[in-house]
Design a protein around this ligand. Structure first.
Ligand code: 13P
Ligand code: SF4
Length: 332
């Protein structure tokens, strides 16, 4: 017999009391999954808060690279995922694609000594490890500008992976020249060379959506995530990471209308009134939405039965170097 949402929540809470577990949920999770999270936040907050938590098992409700970051920063913990869900952007680059990108820069006359790679946290542990081995580090959308400012002090070209938009948006904010690998321009002419990856959810927002809302509600503010195309960011009033968007929108006067360009589940629970989703197509992250309450219950049951499902495993070499890439960011 199928359990109802309330029955599932009750059973999940019973397991949480009985087992040495912490349930961790990203802001983009479905509401009912988000509600059973002991720790909630954006990807970096989840990794940091989980480091400070002492339970043996972490039940991670989010996407693979986030669960991996928790495991990398807290290798002694057992991290399991209710669904093995992957961020589409993170899957756009693996170690082979990374090596090919470095080779493309070499072919443009840029030697490895003159390349400093930076990877957005939305990448798998293998890519983070490769970045660290070349002296680079991780950034998030909250600290990308700071990390790039520090990196540029080394006087090298930045290879930014995998998100083209975040790399270009930061370059625009800092008055730097950017290019995209394979766009026909010479990488040697740019300060930041971006891999051509993207988030399909954040590509849904268009300049026409912004024009529509500005016409419908004069005075409305437009707030978007930097994974949106540079044209969208340029036409918006505020560009910020998940946590920055939350702070900005919660700080607005109650009667101030705002249209938000980021994931649906987050926008939907942000503010009771005067908050709109900046797209006629519902911007749900398909893989974030894969995790259901039933999955959370099933994984807790598997821990109780001593046969945990979907446990994250990372080989020793990748673990060591991916941690260096994350630690370099945290040190800043
Ligand atoms: P945060 O790092 O802000 O949690 O977001 C990651 C992400 O996937 C944004 O689309
Ligand atoms: Fe990845 Fe985009 Fe989903 Fe974020 S919203 S997890 S970048 S696919």
């Amino acid at each position: 017999m199928q359990l109802t949402t309330e029955q599932l929540k009750e059973k999940i809470n019973e397991y949480k009391k009985k087992l040495d577990v912490t349930v961790v949920a990203h802001f983009y999770q479905r509401d009912e999954v988000f509600e059973v999270g002991d720790i909630t936040g954006d990807s970096l907050e989840l990794a940091q808060k989980t480091m400070a938590d002492d339970s043996k098992f972490v039940v991670f409700c989010g996407v693979g690279f986030m669960g991996q970051s928790v495991k990398v920063l807290s290798p002694h913990k057992r991290v399991v995922m209710p669904k093995v869900a992957c961020c589409a952007m993170a899957t756009m680059i693996d170690g082979v694609q990374f090596d090919k990108s470095v080779k493309a820069l070499n072919e443009a006359g840029i030697t490895n000594e003159n390349i400093l790679p930076i990877t957005y946290i939305n990448s798998n542990a293998e890519v983070k490890a490769k970045v660290a081995e070349m002296g680079g580090m991780v950034c998030t959308s909250s600290n990308a500008k700071k990390i790039i400012t520090t990196a540029l002090k080394e006087g090298k070209k930045i290879l930014f992976v995998p998100d083209r938009c975040l790399g270009q948006n930061i370059a625009n904010q800092m008055g730097l020249k950017s290019s995209v690998l394979g766009d026909g321009t010479n990488p040697a002419d740019a300060d930041i060379i971006c891999f051509n990856g993207f988030c399909s959810v954040h590509q849904l927002f268009t300049v026409d959506d912004i024009k529509f809302y500005r016409k419908k509600f004069p005075g409305i503010l437009i707030a978007v995530h930097p994974e949106c195309d540079p044209a969208i960011c340029a036409a918006s009033d505020f560009v910020g990471s998940t946590s920055q968007l939350i702070r900005y929108i919660k700080g607005l006067p109650e009667d101030q209308k705002v249209a938000v360009g980021t994931e649906f589940n987050l926008v939907n629970r942000l503010r009771p009134k005067n908050t709109y989703v900046l797209s006629s197509t519902k911007p749900e992250c398909p893989t974030m939405n894969e995790t259901t309450l039933q999955d959370v219950y099933d994984i807790l049951k598997s821990i109780d039965e001593d046969e945990p499902l979907n446990e994250i495993q990372i080989d020793e070499h990748t673990q060591k170097w991916a941690k260096i890439a994350l630690d370099r960011m945290l040190a800043l």
